[in-house]
Ligand binder design. Structure first.
Ligand code: G3P
Length: 216
């Protein structure tokens, strides 16, 4: 399973990348706004900076919701760097735009996936990734991981090449479950990635080893 970090924060992206396990980055308008990035030029510069930090797929989301607007924006985003993947919302015009991008050699990430039907449509349109939002499904009282399992099964049976990108990850257990269920990618906040490191027995064991080492 590939590891992406889900943030627009350059310091966090660098920290995760320095671990040596990072395969890419996802952003969304909320995450970009958090970094205070405003205006077309500043946004493009920020994506460029991310691409220079990480050698992997970088999702950059379109803000338009109509076909022509998404295509125009997506072309500009894709021109920033070869690693840019255009993130497109799961709406009717989004599906048309994904098909257009597919036919024109531009890779896409279909975002805001909350059902298997939406994932099938995105895969049929040729999306490189589908992003089911695990945490938000859990927040609404459903089981986000069930959706990962269902999409994995369908994509395997149908031989769809679209990668399943588990998004809206909130904790280390989400990452472990996504890996168990065969997600191709997990995009996580830095806290969830670092959470995988932790176990109290590791800390106790290391403290004991260091104490005993003094006797060596
Ligand atoms: O990038 C999309 C997704 O990961 C958002 O996560 O925590 O805002 O539901 P969250």
């Amino acid at each position: 399973m590939k590891f992406f970090i889900d943030t627009g924060n350059l310091a966090q992206i660098k920290e995760a990348n320095d671990l040596g396990i990072l395969d890419g980055v996802t952003t969304n308008p909320s995450l970009m706004a958090k970094e205070g990035v405003k205006g077309e030029e500043a946004i493009a510069q920020h994506y460029k900076a991310i691409c220079e930090l990480v050698d992997g797929d970088i999702s950059a989301e379109v803000l338009s919701t109509d076909f022509a607007g998404m295509v125009e924006e997506g072309k500009k985003l894709a021109a920033i760097h070869p690693n840019i993947v255009v993130k497109v919302p799961m709406i009717k015009d989004g599906i048309k735009a994904i098909k257009w991008f597919t036919d024109n050699g531009i890779r896409t990430n279909c975002t805001l996936i909350f059902s298997a039907g939406q994932a099938i449509l995105a895969a049929k349109a040729g999306a490189s990734y589908v992003s089911p939002f695990i945490g938000r499904i859990d927040d609404s009282g459903w089981d986000g991981m069930e959706l990962i399992g269902q999409i994995r099964h369908i994509f395997d049976v149908q031989n769809y090449k679209t990668e399943i990108l588990a998004a809206s990850i909130r904790n280390p257990l989400h990452i472990i479950k996504a890996a168990e269920l065969g997600a191709d990618v997990c995009t996580c906040p830095l806290s969830s990635i670092l959470g995988l490191l932790k176990h109290p027995l590791t800390d106790i064991g290391l403290a004991q080893f260091l104490e005993d080492a003094k006797k060596m």
